[in-house]
Every structure is written in C-alpha cells, then in structure tokens.
Design a protein around this ligand. Structure first.
Ligand SMILES: [Zn+2]
Length: 83
C-alpha cells in the first residue's frame, strides 16, 4: 500500500482507497495509463474500448447485439478522442 498525491487537491491518498477522501476524485484515474493522459476524454476512450471488446465477445452469441455494442463503443471512443 503506497501513498500518492491527489491531482485535484494535492493530498496524500492511499492507492488502496477508491476515492480521494478530500475531494472524492476516483483514485483509479491516478494510477496506470490515466496518469499519463490526464485528459477528460480518457475515461470515455476507456469505456468505448471496453464496449467494443464486450461487443466483439457478444458477436459470438448474437451478431446484431455485438454490432450495436461495437458501434456504441466506437461512438463513445470517438467522443472521448475529441474531449
Ligand atoms: Zn483529492
């Protein structure tokens, strides 16, 4: 368990904490790839990418459902790119 600085309030926050106790910023945004990007659209890109992956998986069950999920994921990903 380590302490890292919250990017919003500058307080030391445990990496095990889900949110910054001071400002409530989600700590998942402070670790991993999100630290490098630090862009507002980064999480949309992540969600979009996840939807595309889920959509690809859903294609094995239903091509229509998978196609819709991939499409939504692609749109969300693009929104994240332009934020
Ligand atoms: Zn904070």
């Amino acid at each position: 368990m380590a302490l890292i600085k919250c990017q919003d309030c500058g307080k030391d926050v445990s990496t095990a904490a889900a949110n910054s106790p001071q400002c409530g910023r989600p700590m998942a945004m402070l670790t991993g790839k999100a630290v490098q990007t630090q862009r507002k659209g980064g999480k949309y890109e992540g969600v979009g990418f996840l939807l595309i992956l889920v959509g690809i998986g859903a294609c094995f069950i239903s091509g229509a459902v998978g196609g819709i999920l991939i499409f939504i994921g692609f749109v969300v990903f693009l929104i994240g790119r332009f934020l």
